[in-house]
Design a binder for this molecule. Sequence first.
Ligand code: SME
Length: 167
Amino acid sequence: MFVMDKLDTGDKGKFYEQLNAYLVGLLKEEKYWLAALANAAALLYTLLPDINWAGFYLYREGELMLGPFQGKPACTRIALGKGVCGTAADTRQIQLVEDVNLFPGHIVCDPASRSEIVIPIIKDNRLIGVLDIDSPHIARFDGQDAKGLSSFVEVLNRYIDWPEEFK
Ligand code: SME
């Protein structure tokens, strides 16, 4: 059993330190990408307040393919450069979208989503995929979330030996 206390969300810096420590605990137990990402999505969905979707799209055969996630069923394939996820993958830049309705080409998976953050996963200069998190609240994410979630992705990259399939 994985023991996981509810985290204090008052201090985002501390919150992400603890969240990432939980992730290290999970990854020390299991490094196989599928199981690891499934638990990583569950960790985010369980502990991050005010979100309605958390998961991964993985770069495969020239497009992003839906990976492990928690939330409502989502679109399965996203072309590079399309939507918030495809833009993050194409530019390799974090996309912090305060109001998804103002993002040109935003792909609607759940109409309840109002803001979104997407962190590209890059290892050794190779695009692996993206971490995508949606919120039903406008401007749910800020620079501290971007920093904390970038560390989250760094931990994933440190422990997971990504398969050749993602390229
Ligand atoms: N909104 C994303 C699509 C994925 S869902 O949010 C899960 C986008 O515009 O790329």
